[in-house]
Unconditional design. Sequence first.
Length: 196
Amino acid sequence: SIVIPVFNEEPNISTLIARLQNTIGQLQTVSCEVIFVDDHSTDGSSALLREYCQQHTRFRYLRLSRNSGSHIAILAGLQHAEGDCAVFMAADLQDPPELIVQMIDRWQQGSRVVWAYREGREGISMIDRLLSGTFYWIVNRMMKMDIPSQGVDFALLDRCVINGLGACVGANPNIFMSVLWMGFSQTFIPYVKQKR
């Protein structure tokens, strides 16, 4: 399953769909579904997604009753995911869907969690990079975790992790911290986050 939270991404949706279809075409031995979770968009995203989902049987559409944030949208998508594993990624095309092929390879090799971590970010200032690095350094020290210094937004979770996540998150979830805290076997794939 590929879970994609969407909030006001109308200009990106057609390109996102094309790149997803190309990526899915490379997964010849894997059957995929794509779940778009509309986080109560106010632009034309909803109409576009509904249209694409009617045209493609492997695409599904959910709409949240109000804007709730990406973590709630991801959790809603994971609750509806039927796959043996699920990838979650943003709809803004900063995260390359093409990386899903490598992520599935790592999962098939035995990793329960495959993180795509930012080794670089296009279009942000040096001060933003410094602040981000400082934030993750503090989080790692306080919580005794090993989050990459530029952060993570994009991951593959095995079915057992999805089930565990559903059982342990609270009212204000942070998916990344929850997955790291659960302690399943993990691996990391670097990528450069594209400019918004």
